[in-house]
Design a protein. Structure first.
Length: 334
């Protein structure tokens, strides 16, 4: 299959997080059939029952091309329209997988050794595949992680601080509010404090941003609410430790703050000859913890259409990525 056919084939295999087995087995069989001719080895690495990372290498790994095989819901199949391939996972990250495979095969055909491919599960939820790979490193010195950057080398990526704000109150008849205590009013007061709170900034990554993603609570319109909660997500430009303590001091004890996730921001490697950018999203790179080598971040496609019904990837960018990945591998091997 050419790189466009492979992209569409991958998109058409539904792999919403938790259901990665079919696409993982396809990649294992596809790579096994092709790598045997070039002295490669392919492994199916169990992360959880019926969930597998796929690892292929030609010689001892020095540079590993890696991305994820899961997607967000809902699934919708591929179509080829204009100069783009559309479908769930087209840019996040199945077009990237296809480009990495074609780049690795081109390198191997010219006699290159030390290149590897690592495709992992679970990036869209909890990086389960990357954490599993971090417990089983294979000696790679460099990791090229693929996410949509429009083929620009990301000099950094923002981190993530996710927490829940929970408020408790006392139920009462809404005609007699003085007999109750509104959890929703407590929550609104806390969220207003969060909205006014200054956030850290970084000269490369820019400002941190805060999103109040969900709000829930109450029993009925005529009942003073005894519970309410909100989910909050901060895109970090630092490690998030001081901000986490700041949030606690600002809001507690009026409400409870429950930690859910903290991923530090990253400053990443640069290479000559590549256009650069900075991205606001998080990746699997922190979960690898440096165990697969110094990280770089680059991939075809635009993050602005990922996770949407308009997800697509430009075919010229897929072709360009095949060449860029080869260029990066050659530079790093030197």
């Amino acid at each position: 299959m050419n790189v466009f056919e492979l992209t569409r084939k991958l998109v058409d295999i539904e792999s919403v997080t938790g259901n990665e087995e079919p696409v993982g087995r396809f990649l294992y069989e596809y790579l096994s059939a092709r790598s045997a001719l070039n002295g490669g080895r392919v492994e199916l690495l169990e992360v959880e029952p019926r969930r597998y990372n796929v690892f292929a290498h030609w010689g001892d790994p020095v540079v590993t091309l890696s991305t994820h095989i899961d997607t967000v819901p809902p699934f919708f199949p591929s179509r080829d329209e204009g100069d783009c391939i559309w479908g769930r996972g087209a840019c996040d990250a199945k077009g990237i997988i296809a480009a990495m495979i074609h780049a690795a095969e081109a390198l191997v055909r010219e006699g290159t050794r030390g290149v590897a491919l690592l495709f992992v599960v679970g990036e869209e939820r909890n990086s389960a595949g990357a954490f599993a790979a971090a417990r089983d490193p294979r000696g790679s010195r460099f990791l090229i992680n693929g996410e949509p950057t429009e083929n620009k080398l990301a000099l950094g990526s923002k981190g993530a601080l996710r927490f829940e704000v929970r408020a408790s109150g006392k139920m009462a008849h809404s005609a007699y509010p003085e007999l109750g205590e509104s959890a929703i009013e407590k929550l609104l007061d806390a969220l207003e404090k969060l909205r006014r709170m200054p956030l850290p900034s970084d000269p490369v990554l820019g400002p941190s941003t805060l999103n109040i993603g969900t709000i829930a609570g109450g029993r009925a319109p005529n009942v003073i609410p005894d519970h309410a909660q909100a989910e909050v997500f901060v895109r970090l430009t630092d490690d998030g430790l001081s901000l986490r303590e700041q949030v606690r001091k600002l809001l507690q004890p009026a409400v409870e703050v429950k930690d859910v996730l903290r991923i530090p921001a990253l400053h990443l490697g640069a290479l000559p000859g590549l256009e650069t950018t900075v991205v606001a999203y998080t990746t699997d790179i922190p979960a690898f913890g440096g165990t697969w080598g110094q990280p770089y971040l680059l991939g075809p496609g635009a993050i602005h259409v990922a996770h949407t019904e308009r997800e697509r990837i430009p075919k010229p960018q897929i072709e360009q990525a095949v060449q860029i990945y080869q260029q990066m591998v050659r530079q790093l091997l030197q």
